[in-house]
Each structure stands twice: as C-alpha cells, then as structure tokens.
Design a protein around this ligand. Structure first.
Ligand code: ADP
Length: 265
C-alpha cells in the first residue's frame, strides 16, 4: 500500500499516543484483562503516561479490577472525559475508558457489529486521553471485527496475546495470532499466564495447567515470547476486590513480572 496511513485521527479528535498496544487472547478466562491492566499499571509505575481502554465491550471488567466507577462526563465540544485513576504514589493519573462506565453492572450489552464499531471509534476518538506514551487496549477475546476496526481506526504498534499453557488455550491463541497478522497488526509477543503455581506453604511450583507450551508455540510461530506469569492468589484477590492498582504499587513480587513484560514493549 503506497498511501501512508493517516495519523491517528479517529472520531472527532486525534489520539496522541506514542504507542498503542492491543492485548488479546484466543478465548476468555485466560487472564487477558488482568494482564492488560497490570501491564498498564507497571508501565505507569516505570514512569510512563498510560491510558487504558476496555474494548472488551461485551464483558468489560476493567472498572471492577481497578476499583473504578462513575460516569464519564461529556464536555460541550462532545469530548468524553475518561474516568481517571489517581494515586500519586503509584505514578501519573491514568485515564481509563470502558463500556462498564456506561451501562449498569447487571445489564448485558447486546450489540451488533456496526454499533460495536461505532463505540470503539467513539471511545478512541472522542475520549480526551491527553498526551500518552502508551494506550493499552483490552481486546475482546477471540477472533473478530474489533481488531479490524481498530487496525483501520488507529495505527496500532502491535498486539500482545495472552494464553494459558493448556493445549486448548494455545490452539485458540494461534488462531488469535493469525487473525492479528491478517489485519496487519504486528505481534509483539505471547504471554503465558497461569504458568505454574508457586505454593506459599512449601515453596514448590506446581504446573497445574502445564507450562512452557507458549514458549514453544512462540518459537514455532517465530514471534517473541514475553514471559510467563505464575498463578498468584494475591493477584486473584486483588482483581476480585478492585485492588489491582494497590497490588502493583505495593507488592514488588507481583509487579516484577509485569514490569519485565512492560520493558520489552
Ligand atoms: P479474561 O480477560 O481473559 O477473561 P480475566 O483477566 O478476567 O480473564 O481473569 C479471569 C480470572 O482469573 C479473574 O478472576 C482473575 O483474577 C484470575 N486470574 C488471571 N490471571 C491470574 C493469575 N496469574 N493468577 C491467579 N488468578 C488469575
């Protein structure tokens, strides 16, 4: 294609981010949202200006993980004020946008393709993100339209694909990678989540879902392997309780693997 891609002009405003990274997975429940949010928080901890967008419009979980609520305000010039995570001790304020802020928690979102495209473009384009170093996007699981919409709406730097070591999850991850490649989104790498359980009682590691499968798959597909994340009870609790920001701020053991991934982006 000899036409250069337009600048990141979507909706009504230009998104000003040095790097836009989609975090995806082949299927749900592998920890994609927790990993996306933790990478964003780790980047912020390292001093970057980070925004976080929930494109998982069918199952928005970022507000819950981050303990954020409220309704985004609309300014007179039709710009959406994102909900901002503020905690000076943890780094700069972090703007977050999610469908979860726009619907009641128990309301199902049943939308068809065109509406979905519209909402993604609005989120991206109308949100007043400010100047960002990174915009991290929590993608819906699976293969689909949203990746195509995003790839057309904004110059994505690339995607991170999260999977667990189980064979079924790996097969789905391979499909997700193929999908990102098809819409010309570079693959920044694979993360193996729930890769072993470090038992706090005896210090032994148990490979509950197996481990190492994602590294092998990455080699086979010639994409980078970004690292493995253990099953961590503290992480699970923090996500359930909306305390993920505090965990990443205060718990170095929990933060370190995400910082490692963040540093390779
Ligand atoms: P997805 O976005 O892929 O559907 P989530 O991020 O919502 O997955 O995670 C699903 C559940 O697994 C959540 O309860 C989350 O707290 C938990 N979880 C994710 N990663 C880990 C981990 N490494 N250790 C323990 N629990 C985890």
């Amino acid at each position: 294609n000899e036409h250069p891609r337009p600048a990141a002009r979507v909706g009504q405003t230009a998104l000003r981010a040095k790097s836009v990274i989609a975090v995806g997975s082949g299927k749900g429940g592998v920890g994609k949202s927790s990993v996306a949010a933790s990478i964003a928080l780790a980047l912020r901890h390292l001093g970057s200006k980070v925004g976080l967008m929930d494109a998982d419009v069918y199952g928005p979980s970022l507000p819950h993980l981050l303990g954020l609520g409220g309704r985004p305000a609309m300014s007179e010039d039709k710009r959406i004020e994102p909900i901002t995570l503020r905690d000076d001790a943890a780094g700069r304020p972090m703007p977050v946008m999610s469908m979860g802020f726009l619907v009641e928690p128990d309301q199902a979102v049943i939308w068809r393709g065109p509406m979905l495209h519209g909402s993604i473009n609005q989120f991206l384009g109308m949100t007043d993100w400010g100047e960002l170093d990174y915009l991290i996007i929590d993608m819906p699981p699976g293969t689909g339209d949203v990746a195509l919409t995003l790839s057309q709406a904004v110059p994505l730097s690339g995607s991170v694909v999260v999977c667990t070591p189980q064979e079924v999850a790996l097969l789905d991850a391979v499909k997700a990678i193929a999908m990102y490649k098809k819409v010309n989104i570079p693959i920044l790498g694979i993360v193996e989540n729930m890769s072993g359980f470090l038992c706090p009682d005896n210090g032994k590691t148990y490979d509950i879902f197996g481990s190492g499968g994602a590294r092998e798959k990455a080699e086979e597909l010639k994409v980078p392997f970004l690292g493995g994340l253990p099953i961590d009870i503290e992480l699970r609790k923090a996500c359930d309780d909306g305390l993920l920001p505090a965990l990443i701020r205060d718990n170095e053991t929990a933060r370190r693997p995400f910082e490692r991934i963040a540093q390779s982006l």
